[in-house]
Design a protein around this ligand. Structure first.
Ligand code: ATP
Ligand code: MG
Ligand code: FE
Length: 332
């Protein structure tokens, strides 16, 4: 079974080919236009998807060395995401499926982030927990089966990726700030500055208080020393990153205890963070968990994860009609 998959929910245009559950190609075009605006501009994202989608799909097909006529189905991200961006991928997928007379498979982007764990070995066994941390979401997901997932904890305000990106903005770093904070943090002391851990009941998260405390911290220190940021960038990044990670891992530990689960995983763009990856491994060693971390290319937005999700839906013959519409908001 050969699947062509399309991802266009935010600011990466991506296409992938999956054959019998193996990813043969995963092409990702990241849109640079948003950098100077400090965040994704929806109108510009839609236009860039429109420009990128054909070359990206062609590259995915060529890279996988498959013939167009051997494609059995087209999977696409239906939501959640930016509606104008989703429309480009959805329309392309519909047109391709109609022209070839093959089925369409709709995929939920947040389920696909979790199902990225089924691309490479070793694969987690059901039921497992997945901490999905991305630019728009922070969720602890109890995964009972491929498409039987329950969000058991989520953020009350900002997402973890947003906490990274907003901190970067306060520090004068360009968008997206997560990878840059990760880079500076590697050279810094995570205990140089103490940022507060919010007290939130249950398995939910909150990052807005942290953002405010960073804002005031930077404002006060810069007032005393105009060069404070330049001199302490590595330590500030390491300290902020340390706090974001401990907020995430403390809730994950709580969830693992509550549900009695030892197979624990992370997914989404923030799971590319080197500090999170290593601190999760430490927590696993201490708690006797089996941890699962996707390869870098399957952490941030990519069509490979849409392809694997589409493949499992294809096996269940769970097809979408040509009248399907994308959804900006979408639950499991
Ligand atoms: P969603 O999946 O919620 O719709 P999204 O698709 O924009 O949002 P992803 O592409 O999965 O999110 O993740 C992007 C986020 O990941 C950004 O906030 C970015 O800063 C963050 N990120 C990427 N790499 C790293 C890293 N190494 N360290 C920290 N954060 C990172
Ligand atoms: Mg993105
Ligand atoms: Fe995403």
């Amino acid at each position: 079974t050969t699947i062509l998959a399309i991802e266009s929910s935010c600011d990466e245009t991506s296409a992938a080919i999956c054959k019998d559950g193996k990813i043969l190609s995963n092409i990702i075009a990241t849109q640079a236009v948003h950098e100077k605006y400090g965040g994704v501009v929806p109108e510009l994202a839609s236009r860039a998807h429109q420009q990128n989608i054909i070359p990206v799909v062609q590259e995915a097909i060529a890279g996988a060395k498959v013939n167009k006529k051997d494609i059995d189905a087209v999977a696409f991200t239906r939501g959640p995401g930016l509606l104008g961006s989703l429309l480009v991928g959805t329309s392309f997928a519909k047109g391709f499926a109609l022209a070839k007379g093959i089925p369409l498979v709709e995929v939920n982007h947040m389920q696909a982030h979790v199902l990225a764990h089924f691309i490479d070995d070793p694969k987690p066994r059901f039921p497992f927990l997945c901490l999905t941390v991305s630019g728009g979401h922070t969720q602890i997901v109890l995964v009972r089966d491929y498409f039987d997932m329950e969000v058991v904890g989520e953020t009350n305000d900002d997402a973890a990726g947003e906490a990274f990106d907003k901190t970067a903005k306060i520090l004068g770093l360009p968008y997206p700030g997560g990878p840059l904070i990760d880079k500076y943090a590697r050279e810094g002391n995570p205990h140089a500055f103490a940022f507060p851990e919010p007290q939130i009941a249950g398995l939910d998260f909150s990052f807005s208080g942290l953002k405010t405390s960073i804002l005031y911290f930077v404002r006060d220190r810069v007032r005393e020393d105009a060069e404070f940021l330049e001199k302490n960038m590595n330590d500030i990044c390491a300290s902020v990153q340390y706090r974001i990670i401990t907020i995430l891992l403390n809730k994950l530990k709580k969830a693992a205890r509550q549900f009695g689960i030892r197979d624990v995983s992370i997914a989404g763009g923030v799971s590319a963070n080197s500090g999170l990856r290593s601190m999760l491994q430490d927590a696993a060693d201490k708690n006797g968990w089996n941890v699962f971390i996707p390869a870098f290319q399957y952490c941030t937005d990519n069509a490979g994860m849409i392809a694997i999700a589409g493949y499992y839906k294809f096996l269940q013959k769970d097809f979408a009609g040509q009248d399907i519409a994308p959804l900006a908001r979408m639950n499991f």
